[in-house]
Design a protein around this ligand. Sequence first.
Ligand code: URA
Length: 192
Amino acid sequence: MTWEELENKCQSCTGCPLSATRTNLVFGCGNKNASLMFVGEAPGEQEDLAGIPFVGRAGQLFDKYLAAVEIDREEVYIANILKCRPPKNRDPLGTEQDVCIEFLREQVRLVRPKMIVCLGRIAAMRLIRADYRITAEHGRWVQKGDFLMTAVYHPSLLLRDPRKKDDMLTDMLDVAAKYRSLSGGSARRDSL
Ligand code: URA
């Protein structure tokens, strides 16, 4: 499947009731050849309005972490487990995830990242392990098939509980270090 075919399929999906209540599909964004992919939970209000993942308050905080660890948002790929916003930002239902996960799988097949970083519990429980415990396990790496995977706190959790911000920075620094080692060096070294 090509990117165009996948996005068209996503746009015309009526596989769950969320397609009727969304404003825009939030397909995903960034570098389609990225070696690092971030996967969040589902679009919120601002994402639903813009059609772009992680552009609301949580997204702006996430951008600050990317900047702090010197990863350019344009060089990675960002997607969500769900492509349509759940009403009032409730947790995605299992049935919604079951339908939508196929689109994410296809995105992963097309991007072929080396690393996948789950943003928060919902993505970690879907992509790493059903009984994943984010507080105990965030920042730990697992190799799953072709992918090196970890989970970090969801940025919206950090807005509610700023005491977790130090742990988030530690985890994101580790993500950046692994990313640089897997991509063969930092941008700065490449430019020398
Ligand atoms: N939260 C998510 O999980 N994804 C978004 O795109 C925005 C907020």
